[in-house]
Design a protein around this ligand. Structure first.
Ligand code: NAD
Length: 370
């Protein structure tokens, strides 16, 4: 595993732990970035090509996301080298061994990420006593099934809509990626009167200016087919979804889908980032310059981690969703107001807000020299 890393900064990392057990092919890392606000929550990622630099970057993103969501949790991330599609028994053995090695890291609460799911979290809980994103049989809230992140994204959009003089009733919405995030945010927006005029998945896009039938789209996905196969709409290549004019454009698929080369093709008033880092920094700056309101990922897609933190406190599904709504709306409002007052982009305002919260929490710690 590549262990290159620069030294970090005044926020963290506070601890980097390497776990190796060559006899069983175990190689992993934990980066605890910052724990001033409380024990860190962050996903366990399993992939063949993970590195220390990536782990540290993801851990920092969690510090900022958790602080921005005003959770009593710091940020961390763990990575495990391996193909997540390896035989289940082998995967269980590796994950259990990794978790067991980190049993005494009480400052870290494991969550699911790429390559891990609720079963993996059940094994981790069994080994360490600490995990979120658990199966419902162990008190977990099924985040993706209920659409926690989609619900949070919807709340952020609802809060931001008046700032760009947008009514959700009748608004035209485009959703890139019809998975756990995309299909739920589409459902919540449609219930508010919005028209979902185009959606895409990895195999294609479908467009209907009169609004797509979300139930039929869900049926297609459940049957393992592409949204582009929907009857009645116009099918396009997946990438062409960028060209569909709308009021709200929602990336909910892959990183870096909007960059400096294609950003000017977007015709929308609001862009709400469901995916992580779907828009490059340069493209975000360009959108800001053009007056397109962009809701940054770590504010708009924090629903999953907020719900996970509520699960950790044993809140019911209803209470967790209510807390999620209140937190995302309050943080979106704080970000938009700060951006307006300071004349900066929403992302700059959100980063400032989150960093200030972490620094304040650090000043309240006994051993902090900050
Ligand atoms: P998912 O796997 O359930 O769905 C992803 C969807 O994107 C699928 O429909 C897939 O076909 C589609 N897709 C892939 N490549 C595409 C392409 N090039 N063009 C169009 N569509 C494409 O994943 P998800 O859980 O919905 O996550 C989506 C994004 O949101 C990821 O970036 C993820 O990191 C981020 N995210 C998810 C959550 C969560 O709670 N699930 C929370 C925060 C952030």
């Amino acid at each position: 595993m590549n262990l290159d890393f620069d030294a970090g900064d005044h926020l963290g990392p506070t601890r980097i732990i390497q776990v190796r057990e060559p006899g069983i092919g175990l190689e992993g890392l934990l980066v605890i970035d910052n724990i001033a606000a409380g024990p860190a929550i962050g996903g366990l990622r399993m992939a063949p090509d993970v590195s220390l630099a990536e782990c540290a970057r993801l851990a920092r993103a969690m510090t900022l996301k958790n602080a921005a969501a005003s959770l009593a949790h710091g940020g961390a991330k763990s990575v495990l080298v391996g193909n997540p599609k390896m035989p289940a028994a082998e995967k269980e053995r590796l994950i259990r061994a990794f978790a067991s090695a980190l049993r005494d890291c009480h400052d870290y609460i494991f969550g699911p990420d790429m390559g891990t799911d609720e079963s993996c979290m059940a094994w981790v809980k069994d080994e360490t006593g600490r995990a979120v994103g658990l199966p419902s049989e162990l008190g977990g809230i099924p985040l993706d099934e209920l659409g926690a992140t989609g619900w949070g994204l919807f709340q952020a959009i609802r809060e931001a809509a008046p700032d760009c003089e947008l009514e959700l009733d009748g608004a035209r919405v485009v959703v890139q990626g019809f998975g756990a995030v995309g299909r739920h945010v589409a459902r919540f927006l449609a219930a508010e009167g919005a028209r979902i005029v185009a959606v895409s998945d990895s195999r294609g896009a479908i467009v209907d200016p009169n609004g797509l039938d979300l139930e039929c789209l869900q049926e297609l996905k459940r049957a393992g087919r592409s949204v582009a196969e929907l009857e009645g709409g116009t099918a396009l290549a997946a990438e062409q979804i960028i060209d569909i004019e709308c009021d709200i454009w929602i990336p909910a698929a892959r990183p870096d889908v909007i960059d400096e080369r294609n950003v000017d093709r977007l015709r929308t008033r609001l862009l709400a980032e469901g995916a992580n880092i779907p828009v490059t920094a340069g493209a975000e700056a360009r959108l800001h310059e053009k007056g397109v309101l962009t809701l940054p990922d770590f504010i708009a897609n924090a629903g999953g981690v907020i719900c996970a933190a509520m699960e950790y406190r044993h809140l019911s599904q209803t209470a967790a969703f209510d807390a999620l709504r209140d937190k995302v709306r309050a943080n979106t409002r704080a970000m938009l107001d700060a951006a307006r007052v300071a004349g900066v982009s929403p992302r700059q305002a959100a980063e400032q807000l989150a960093t200030t919260r972490v620094e304040k929490a650090m000043r309240l710690k006994r051993w902090s020299l900050y």
